[in-house]
Design a binder for this molecule. Structure first.
Ligand code: SF4
Length: 419
């Protein structure tokens, strides 16, 4: 039996994929594992794919070709998981020189698949469907749900990941309790549509409320949320639960109501603005967002609305992309903007983005101390996920929440004074 695995992990896509790849080892037993960052030194390649953007899909196929070539020269096992498995033509994938093809839910059974693969020397192709699942791993990221019940016209998630499934409430709470044992205090709840969590009678607000009851646990982040799944109770939760991070990532996608309708986003800009206003009334909160540029039928005045919205809301981070059409999406058959026009819009948008981080100067912010550079410069992670550097005299501060006054900002890095 082959028991020594030199594994090379390549991950594309979002935090959820990173989370799955990071936790891969928790699911592999019986084999001696060594992770390598150099792919040609490995004897097992694990590819966690994402095809939300066409570019990633192209890159993945290129990457696979490279590995197939190496496979002709040496013994190499290739495992493919992620969106590509659900979204690409499965029969086509099976014909490639990939040894194990499993979808993301099946990753948790990877140990078994490896066992069968080594024992019977047969390829494994499996897509496992499951409604709810319980896991035993620990990480500061906690996946609470997967999939999406919405149908944004440009998005492949509903097709690739399927409808929403939720981790059991019991599993989430139990894994948090374990994490607290390891003094991990900063956690992020993850999900494609995290705030639509709905496990039986427990919704997202209830979940946060119950998580906040756990002692010695300080900050809760969540990613990625959508406006249409917040209800009014969230304001109450946000106001009363101090542990919720004061940074929210809230994709708007466009500043034009017409384009939002074309995207089937089910809200108007005014509702988005109202939500932000209400949240900011509760406490100092920062926002980041996603914007798609050059969506089909986007006229210059629609684009201008997007420019206006970024000026109106001081987003501290904007993730903006040129629209690219994806197969099996509703917008696939929409008439696209000319590529020249899309690129021009991207150029203009890019030049209109200015750093809004200056709003933090002289603010006193909460940071979780994650380490140090030398014996008196320490590093903290702020609610807005940026790093802050500050002076202190004792290592005991590491792993604690502190307050720092921000005095300078260089690019994305903050300098602060311990308060
Ligand atoms: S809510 Fe998000 S994940 Fe769901 S369809 Fe829309 S863009 Fe895709």
């Amino acid at each position: 039996m082959f028991i020594f695995i030199k594994i090379y992990i390549k991950t594309y896509g979002c935090n959820i994929n990173n989370f799955e790849s990071e936790n891969l080892f928790n699911n592999i037993k019986y084999y001696k594992i060594l992770q390598t960052k150099i792919f040609f030194l490995s004897n097992l390649i694990f590819l966690n794919s994402c095809i939300i953007r066409k570019n990633s899909q192209i890159k993945i196929l290129k990457e696979l070709k490279k590995w197939f070539f190496i496979k002709t020269k040496k013994k190499l096992i290739i495992i493919l998981t992620g969106c590509m498995v659900d979204f690409e033509n499965f029969n086509k994938l099976k014909k490639l020189k990939i040894d194990i093809i499993i979808n993301d839910i099946s990753i948790f059974y990877l140990n078994k698949f490896l066992f069968f693969f080594f024992k019977y020397k047969k390829k494994i192709f499996l897509i496992k469907k499951k409604k709810y699942f319980n896991l035993k791993y620990n990480n500061k990221f906690i996946l609470i749900m997967k999939g999406c019940n919405h149908n944004c016209t440009y998005c492949v998630i509903p097709q690739s990941k399927g409808r929403e499934i939720y981790f059991s409430y019991k599993y989430i709470i139990n894994s948090l309790i374990k994490k607290i044992k390891f003094k991990l205090q900063d956690i992020t709840l993850l999900g494609q549509n995290v705030n639509s969590y709905n496990f039986g009678i427990i919704n997202f607000n209830d979940l946060i409320y119950n998580i906040s009851k756990i002692k010695n646990y300080n900050r809760i982040n969540f990613f990625s949320s959508n406006l249409f799944d917040f209800n009014n109770d969230f304001y109450y939760i946000y106001k009363n639960i101090k542990k919720i991070s004061s940074h929210i990532h809230l994709p708007i996608q466009s500043g034009s109501n017409y384009i939002l309708r074309q995207m089937n986003r089910k809200y108007k800009v005014v509702k988005y603005l109202k939500f932000i206003k209400n949240i900011k009334k509760i406490k100092f909160t920062t926002f980041s967002t996603d914007i798609i540029l050059g969506f089909p039928n986007e006229k210059f005045y629609d684009f201008d609305f997007s420019l206006k919205i970024i000026k109106k809301i001081n987003f501290i981070d904007i993730y903006y992309f040129l629209y690219s059409k994806r197969k099996n999406t509703i917008s696939y058959c929409f008439k696209e903007n000319e590529i020249k026009i899309k690129k021009f819009k991207f150029f203009i948008f890019n030049n209109n983005i200015k750093s809004n981080l200056l709003i933090f100067i002289n603010k006193i912010l909460k940071a979780y101390v994650i380490g140090y550079i030398n014996n008196n410069i320490f590093i903290g992670k702020l609610d807005n996920l940026k790093l802050v550097f500050f002076e202190y005299y004792s290592y005991k501060i590491i792993g604690n929440f502190i307050f720092v006054k921000i005095i300078k900002i260089f690019k994305n890095i903050f300098l602060g004074i311990y308060k």
